[in-house]
Design a binder for this molecule. Sequence first.
Ligand SMILES: Cc1cc2nc3c(=O)[nH]c(=O)nc-3n(C[C@H](O)[C@H](O)[C@H](O)COP(=O)(O)OP(=O)(O)OC[C@H]3O[C@@H](n4cnc5c(N)ncnc54)[C@H](O)[C@@H]3O)c2cc1C
Length: 510
Amino acid sequence: MTIRRGISGLAPKQDILIIGAGPVGLALALELETLGRRVLVLEAGGTRPVPTRMDIDLAPGARHVEPKLAMAEGLGGTSAWWGGRCVPPDRQDFLEWPIEPDDLERWYERTAEFLGCGPPRFEDGVDPLLHASGAAHFSALERWTRVRELGQAYRARLKGSELIDVRLGVRVASIADIGRLQVSTDEGPAEIAAGTVIVAAGGLASLALLAELPKPSPALGMHYVGHTLGSVADIVFDDPEAGWRASDFWLDGGTWVRRRFTLIDEPGSPNIVFWVDNPAFHDATHRSAILSAVWLALQVPGLGSRLVSEAIRQRHIGSGGDVKAHIANVLRDPFGLARDAVRIVDQRYLQKPRRPGFLIHNKSGRYRLTFHGAQAMRPKNRVTKEGDRLTIHYNFTRDEAVAVVAAHERLDAELQASGMGRLAWHERPDQRIKAVLDQLEDGFHQQGLLRMRSDPATSVVNCDCRLHGHERLYVVGTGVLPTSGQANPTFAACALAIRLAHHVAGSADA
Ligand SMILES: Cc1cc2nc3c(=O)[nH]c(=O)nc-3n(C[C@H](O)[C@H](O)[C@H](O)COP(=O)(O)OP(=O)(O)OC[C@H]3O[C@@H](n4cnc5c(N)ncnc54)[C@H](O)[C@@H]3O)c2cc1C
């Protein structure tokens, strides 16, 4: 079939219609293709993703990223900007979900194949902590996609597909009647009829469509959750070489992986992970020539935004930085800089798969420790819609920051008990909770908004991702995940999409 702009030449009625060509919409379309089903994919953006054109407001004080930095429109959706970190949910997450771990895990092989992150192996047999009886482990793996921009990666296959028809520049305006879907195109408004409609437009954009239904679900937008993310301590390894080797990226089955520290869950403790990172680029006291050179490069208009997505660029450059001190770092070690720069350019831009990141070796074995954890559900975190505009109410609580600090304390105790190292806090004890709170912000991982559960009063879709009260209208994406866990959500959302493809293809009149 084709990838084409507009809706010319479409049959009057479509069998299966998918809204959105982000990772989730593409996973769904490609899986339906392997099942021999004909699919129409409508995508609001064009060939190259651009920031969302939706009108979205942040309520005063919301700790939410500017949506234009978190939502891309176009073939491949936000995968044009994402990090490409692939992590499955933990088994404990399923305690709050209406499906069993096996319901999703059986699709991990297909999901990992689609995302290009190698075999779905998320545990390493070797744990360098060597402290098996303790609560902390360093054997969990995050895998990185080989094909970050999924729209570009699958473009040729979509173009050559006999069964998938992708139409760009087609924004679905209303799904109130799937027999007469309202769309807007370059040529003006139009209608399309479909037997089955699957909304895969991303968390907030899917919500905007569902809010237009005659009787929107009372749970729509009511359980918004994301993640805690930040850094309040360094890790200091007792054996600097072993610590660095264990923490850096390596190739496993042809894809890059990295270890994460996990804490075995205790009742009431947060689901949180930690990984070993470079010092904050903007803080020149790191005295690293390469980190200062990268920081300077990220400032250069036109260059910085080519190197990383705008949200990641802003995170790296921080809110300040001493240019003179960074230049001094660069001049202090020109040979080290040249060696690191050649290696980074080669591994990150010339080799395939491209290396997702670098842990710059530090002789003293001291590195920044990043945390990434679950966010608790709270009624105040929600998205409302008035007229055409969404408003995001989103914040974090002191309890969440207290739990993050407590998790660091537990990890520190385990590191010391195992003889692996210790944590060095960035702040005095009385400043730590504030330091966590000051960093918390999300909006990259839009979960809970379209909640999946069996009860229509408290959820939007059922465990098949079918909209409550509707026969042939489905919704899939990170937004249906009922809770957040520690895992980045795209892997789970794509696994749900592949599962849904089998459900839809298997149902009698799809
Ligand atoms: C900087 C950054 C880093 C990230 N890193 C990671 C990571 O490392 N790991 C991870 O798991 N997640 C990460 N994410 C999150 C990840 O990008 C999203 O979870 C993922 O893209 C969601 O996929 P999706 O297909 O549901 O939605 P999207 O990627 O948002 O795609 C939705 C598509 O639907 C289209 N659409 C929307 N409304 C309509 C409409 N009305 N009509 C037609 N089309 C429509 C949009 O144009 C878009 O192309 C990151 C996000 C950002 C911004």
